[in-house]
Design a protein. Structure first.
Length: 277
């Protein structure tokens, strides 16, 4: 009787100074935020943005941003939970988005994958209404818009095309086909690549990373999800971002240090200088 091989314990790549993690979920990771931030720093991560997918996690993200100078927050209601965006949630999110430590409105967007798979997933029309509400808040606050997109390319591009334009639009965990990447880049959006860019079958994602102009690329962990190779399937955390950095640097024909410098500048630009207030 065959036994599954135990998964190897994830370890960081070699230290690459000046790395960033543009999208992570500290509150969903196994360890406490202090330990995660410390390990990320040892791996070279200077700045990270922790994200809320509901009001409670958004509160935790903002608290972490106030607790650690290298941590910033993004606050929103996830599209699958758009039904939670009632008047009380809206009022609290407006307050949170106005906080200088909140640098983005997200993650918001569209997700058709879960509509037929989860009884609690919001229908598409409700998701679109919530997305448009979040876009308006990003524009009003002059904050970046952080987009979640799962199997909703056409509808998402339609909404973004006819909605007001925020200071920056980030397509987090970019996983769409190359034609969508080209359209997004032509519009000036930023593609943020997670651990799935390292997966062997995802050559098209590496091609998207290669062709993106300077200033339109970020990297992220989306921890505790999307763990990069060679630790795919294990629990992710910000300290593992170096594996994704090495892959994207190779795709872009850069040294890891050159990539770190590029994406750090992009992080600062798209998330603004709000944290200096």
């Amino acid at each position: 009787m065959s036994r599954k091989k135990p998964r190897p314990t994830p370890v960081p790549a070699r230290t690459i100074p000046g790395l960033i993690d543009a999208h992570t979920h500290l509150a969903s990771c196994k360890d406490d935020a202090a330990a995660l931030v410390e390990r990320a720093g040892a791996a070279g991560v200077d700045k990270l943005c922790t994200v809320g997918d509901g009001l409670a996690e958004a509160e935790a993200a903002l608290a972490a941003a106030h607790a650690f100078p290298q941590v910033y927050a993004a606050c929103a209601i996830h599209p699958t939970r758009a039904g939670e965006l009632d008047q009380a949630a809206q009022a609290r999110l407006v307050e949170m988005i106005a906080d200088p430590r909140c640098v983005a409105v997200g993650e918001t967007g569209l997700d058709t994958y879960w509509i037929d798979k989860s009884e609690t997933c919001a229908p598409l029309d409700m998701q679109e209404e919530a997305l448009r509400w979040h876009i308006d808040r990003a524009v009003e606050a002059d904050k970046a818009l952080m987009i979640h997109n799962r199997e909703a390319d056409a509808d998402l591009l339609r909404v973004l095309a006819d909605a007001p334009a925020p200071r920056a639009t980030i397509l987090h965990c970019f996983s769409s086909p190359l034609d969508v990447a080209r359209e997004a880049l032509d519009r000036g959006y930023v593609l943020s690549f997670a651990g799935n860019v390292t997966f062997k079958r995802n050559e098209e994602l590496r091609e998207a990373a290669r062709l993106a102009p300077t200033g339109q690329v970020l990297i992220e962990t989306d921890a505790p999800y999307m763990t990069p190779e060679p630790f795919r399937g294990s629990r992710n955390e910000p300290s593992l971002i170096g594996h994704t950095a090495l892959c994207v640097a190779e795709a872009r024909g850069l040294s890891p240090e050159e990539l770190a410098e590029e994406i750090s500048a992009t992080f600062d630009r798209v998330y603004g200088q709000a944290w200096l207030a």
